[in-house]
Design a protein around this ligand. Structure first.
Ligand SMILES: Nc1ncnc2c1ncn2[C@@H]1O[C@H](COP(=O)(O)OP(=O)(O)O)[C@@H](O)[C@H]1O
Ligand SMILES: CC(=O)N[C@@H](CCC(=O)OP(=O)(O)O)C(=O)O
Length: 297
């Protein structure tokens, strides 16, 4: 555990703990989908903090469901093979060889690391891909240009979610397990699809009717062109930020997914800084507002 609280006076610590009580009561039995971005998991101490936070939520009766990313980890593995990742509108162009790498890095490495850390922190995690329990059915994504829909891109084995069957997630939750999900879908011929983890987290939050969707990333939230944090964004403001290019790269699928989830009835959708120790716990269990909140209107 990183000792980021030793400088806080005991009375202040007690106050922070007491502040959590109404939130624990409010969220008891509720589902929180937490997207753990690859960029937010690069520091081992922060990873351990994250695992502890997830276990704490479970112990106080909240149901965390973790969807993890791993973009930088996939990039490192591709580089070792002499390959370099290419992205179009935030999606990795995925040929057959890249798909193999994506599958072994996400399901074999990143997911198992998170499962192990949650166990070390005293929780019971189960790793899943979209194949397990028929969780994520997908088909090849037809990608069109954000600004000119007549332009199409072939991004290879990138998946478009056809359906999510949440029964395996619900069964695990009921049995005190914490699901840790890799964003890999499967198609009609049992072929694998690489799906952006933000897209999976957002869709899963909608299907599970989650209370909250929290997306942990490597920025303080959504920033404007001058680098200022935008604490609150509505659908109309987001359209403007897409149009003027303020939102780009990996932030595109994150915001689109977040907005879809907000429109579909997920009560609260937040993009927060995963590099700040315990940011997720502070967001969920204290009065403090962090990062950017996405609103449907
Ligand atoms: N307006 C914006 N505000 C903040 N980050 C942005 C913005 N537009 C693009 N980005 C980029 O999006 C990145 C986060 O997305 P991504 O790299 O996919 O992270 P993750 O691995 O957490 O999903 C940021 O690090 C930043 O480079
Ligand atoms: C289609 C697509 O882009 N898939 C992503 C899956 C991992 C991911 O989303 O990781 P982050 O959350 O860390 O960005 C990729 O290949 O990088």
């Amino acid at each position: 555990m990183t000792d980021s609280i030793s400088h806080i006076a005991p009375r202040d610590k007690a106050e922070i703990l007491a502040q959590a009580l109404p939130y624990i009561r409010k969220f008891h039995g509720k589902t929180m989908v937490i997207k753990y971005g690859g960029n937010a998991m690069t520091d081992p101490a922060l990873q351990a903090d994250f695992a502890e936070d997830v276990v704490l939520l479970k112990l106080v009766g909240i149901n965390p469901v973790v969807v993890h990313g791993g973009g930088p980890q996939i990039e490192t593995a591709l580089n070792r093979l002499g390959k370099k990742g290419e992205f179009i509108q935030g999606m990795r162009v995925t040929d057959a060889e890249t798909m193999e790498v994506v599958e072994w890095v996400l399901a074999g490495e990143v997911q198992q690391d998170i499962v192990g850390l949650i166990h070390q922190a005293g929780g019971k995690a189960v790793g899943l891909t979209g194949r397990d329990g028929g969780l994520i059915r997908a088909k090849k994504l037809k990608m069109v240009d954000n600004k000119d829909p007549s332009v199409e891109y072939d991004v290879g084995q990138v998946g478009d979610i056809v359906a999510i069957d949440p029964s395996v997630v619900k069964a695990l939750q009921d049995d005190a397990f914490i699901p840790v999900i890799s964003p890999i879908g499967f198609g009609e011929e049992n072929e694998s699809y690489n799906i952006n983890a933000d897209v999976v987290a957002s869709k899963l939050a909608t299907v599970l009717q989650a209370e909250k969707l929290v997306l942990l990333t490597n920025t303080p939230g959504v920033l404007d062109k001058a680098g200022n944090l935008l604490t609150d964004l509505t659908a109309r403001e987001i359209d403007g930020l897409f149009a003027d290019g303020t939102i780009s790269g990996g932030m595109l699928p994150k915001i689109s997914g977040a907005l879809d989830a907000a429109k579909a009835g997920v009560n609260a959708v937040h993009i927060i800084d995963g590099r700040v120790p315990h940011s997720m716990l502070l967001e969920i269990l204290t009065d403090q507002a962090y990062g950017t909140m996405i609103r449907s209107h």
